[in-house]
Design a protein around this ligand. Structure first.
Ligand code: PRX
Length: 649
């Protein structure tokens, strides 16, 4: 790598155009995509302004479409709308009111369907209950729940009142919840007694209790009864959901909210320090996720759409809740694991509900391949007409399996590239318009202007890798980091003036298709979820026996990347017992997602003369590319480090 350019080794020339049948029914043909893209590029404010008028409900019309004071954007200035209204109330005057909004299946097999009318009523009642607890516009609510309809209900109830939600994925630890509560100054935590995962009960309320002991701003905790495991309830602080809504009014009009009212915070890992609270606001986000949902999934009213993500991640926010519901879609929601009770659970669900669009992650696809085709072959998947992926790049072999085995060579695959920060899908084939290449997210959506730049901000040549940037504001862009404008500017906008830095490397091929080449920074992508090396290191160093730690990603067949750590000790005995103890410690500090797969004890960490940990060397060792002579329990990389430094200096 030199001058910010990255060499590419991948060559993939296969091209898969959509079938004639798909094209004959699509909303967006190739010509229409070109027309939309050109229109958005020529006059972005006119393009988004017209869409905002026709696609969202306005209590008060907006004036200026975009006020851009880099790096701070305001979209649809002065207007008033409400995301909960756009997801629910707008459908009540149409025949969609009796259409399924959420079709839910619990892991144990229980089922519920909520029509738009029913969902609206439940959201209104819960919003009334939250208002009854004194919550108002601008307050922050942490949501820590299993994948039950009440998770979506809680999000929409917050949105109705202008209460900012911060959903924390159910796999995070008490420490992680407390950190997020404190950073956001949350006033309430909404949780459940428990949830189900792979047949096991998750004691969510017990974890929340531990977090609340360290969360002084939280005054109330609402507990939805899912598992019936009777956790202790602290009087005055804890309230059962069902008791609160019993007396709550079903009449709770959506608050007219300024376009830029914060809708949610979502914490994600960055390259340094503590997790960042990505801030999204109301109108721009709402418009973008609605339109991108309709474009990318070519949605039709009769479709059942299944996004297998958890609402604890941005994918669940944008493509289970706000995008699909704004578009009046029927969304399938599943609580549990893909291999419970057997490895065919997903295919069983698709067959029973006749799912039409499946949106899942490459890590899941790799697991399905490993589990074997026999689980797929048992089921009728003929209802599927479109497939999607998100979260990380998909390797061409896995893409081909998805295409052949699940898509029966008929369903287009939309490989969607985006980030928590972007709010919605930025690059993806529009399925009836763009021929796909396995492993490429193909082209930007209308209104998205990507560029691939070198260190000095110059566009790199076609087929050369460089830094992927977005060179024009878009409606769902993050509005900053919660409480930290400086870090926002620093992290995303300081390196190249006028360009949002995504943190990914990419290249564009001769046909103009984009290929994502992984992260520039120290972010590890485990099963499509972001982890920062520093967070894992900080968790390890908080253990009394650990002096220093370095975490790196190493390739993993199933998870994409696994966490490998190198640890120097201040006491204790290196060995399996200590490894297990450190794994448990990381689980407690961050959550099971961050638990290192490999732990190596070392006398010293290899460092450059200037004191920087030699991460590239560690990555090579972790990947088995660099052999370490000494295989005793305590490794020493001093000699290797010296060699490397000589090579690299
Ligand atoms: O590195 C890219 C990778 O995931 C990162 C964003 O992670 P997160 O904010 O957790 O959001 C995940 C769900 C949108 C990106 O910077 N990534 C995401 N989608 C793709 C991808 N890498 C390659 N191809 C994708 N389709």
């Amino acid at each position: 790598m030199s001058g910010g350019q990255i060499d590419t080794v991948m060559q993939e020339d296969r091209l898969f155009p959509p079938t004639a049948e798909f094209v004959s029914k699509t909303h967006i043909t190739a010509a229409k995509y070109d027309e939309l893209y050109e229109r958005a590029q020529a006059d972005p404010e006119k393009f988004w302004g017209e869409l905002a008028k026709s696609e969202l409900h306005w209590f008060k019309p907006f004036g200026k479409v975009l006020q851009w004071n880099e790096p701070f954007a305001k979209w649809f200035v002065g207007g008033q709308t409400n995301a909960s209204y756009n997801c629910l109330d707008v459908h009540l005057a149409t025949p969609r009111r009796n259409k399924a909004a959420l079709i839910w299946e619990g892991e144990p097999g229980d089922q519920r369907t909520l029509t738009y009318q029913q969902l609206h009523r439940e959201v209104c009642r819960f919003a009334s209950a939250l208002a009854g607890l004194g919550l108002k516009t601008g307050d922050v609510a942490t949501i820590y729940m299993p994948m039950v309809p009440e998770l979506a209900i809680a999000m929409l109830a917050c949105a109705r009142l202008g209460v900012v939600h911060s959903v924390v994925f159910g796999g995070f630890s008490a420490e992680a919840i407390a950190d997020r509560n404190n950073d956001a100054q949350a006033k309430v935590v909404i949780t459940a007694d428990g949830g189900w995962r792979r047949g096991k009960l998750l004691e969510l309320k017990a974890t929340v209790d531990e977090a609340l002991a360290k969360s002084p701003t939280v005054k109330n905790c609402v507990v939805y009864k899912r598992a019936g495991n009777n956790p202790p309830m602290k009087s005055g602080r804890d309230h059962w959901w069902h008791e609160l809504v019993e007396t709550a009014s079903a009449n709770c009009p959506a608050q007219p909210l300024d376009s830029e009212t914060p809708l949610f915070i979502l914490y994600t890992s960055g390259s340094t320090g503590k997790p960042k609270g990505i801030k999204h606001t109301t109108a721009g986000y709402n418009l973008f996720v609605k339109k991108t949902f309709q474009w990318v999934f070519d949605y039709r009213d009769e479709d059942i759409f299944w996004c297998t993500a958890d609402c604890g991640w941005v994918t669940g926010h944008s493509y289970i809740v706000y995008g699909p519901l704004s578009a009046g879609a029927s969304v399938l929601m599943y609580e549990g694991a893909p291999n419970w009770p057997k490895e065919d659970r997903f295919w069983d669900i698709i067959e029973r509900y006749r799912v039409n669009i499946l949106y899942t992650a490459p890590t899941a696809i790799r697991a399905f391949i490993k589990w074997g085709d026999q689980h797929v072959d048992k089921h009728d998947l003929s209802s599927l007409r479109l497939l999607g992926t998100v979260g990380e790049g998909i390797n061409p072999e896995a893409w081909m399996w998805y295409h052949r085995k699940i898509g029966r060579e008929k369903c287009p695959i939309v490989d969607t590239w985006w980030q928590t920060e972007t709010g919605g899908i930025m690059m993806s084939p529009l399925p009836g318009a763009i021929a796909t290449k396995p492993g490429s997210c193909t082209k930007p959506l209308p209104g998205v202007i990507p560029s691939v730049l070198d260190e000095s901000g110059r566009p790199v040549q076609r087929n050369n890798g460089g830094m992927l940037c977005i060179s024009q504001p878009w409606p769902a862009m993050l509005r900053g980091l919660w409480g930290d404008d400086e870090r926002y500017r620093q992290q995303y906008w300081s390196k190249l003036k006028g360009h949002y830095l995504t943190g990914d490397n990419a290249r564009q091929d001769d046909d103009g298709y984009y290929w994502i080449m992984g992260r520039i920074d120290d972010v590890i992508n485990v099963s499509g979820h972001r982890l920062s090396t520093i967070e894992v290191e900080s968790a390890l160093v908080s253990h009394p026996l650990v002096a220093e730690a370095a975490a790196v990603g190493r390739p993993d067949e199933l998870k994409g990347q696994a966490v490998a750590v190198f640890v120097t000790l201040r006491g204790g005995t290196p060995g399996d017992a200590l490894k297990r103890e450190l794994q448990a410690h990381v689980k407690k500090e961050i959550g099971s997602l961050a638990v290192p797969d490999d732990i190596r004890f070392t006398a010293t960490l290899p460092k450059t003369r200037s004191g920087k940990i030699m991460r590239r060397l560690l990555r090579d060792i972790a990947a088995g590319k660099e052999l370490v002579g000494d295989t005793s329990t305590l490794e020493d990389y001093a000699a290797l480090a010296k060699l490397r430094e000589e090579e690299e200096s």
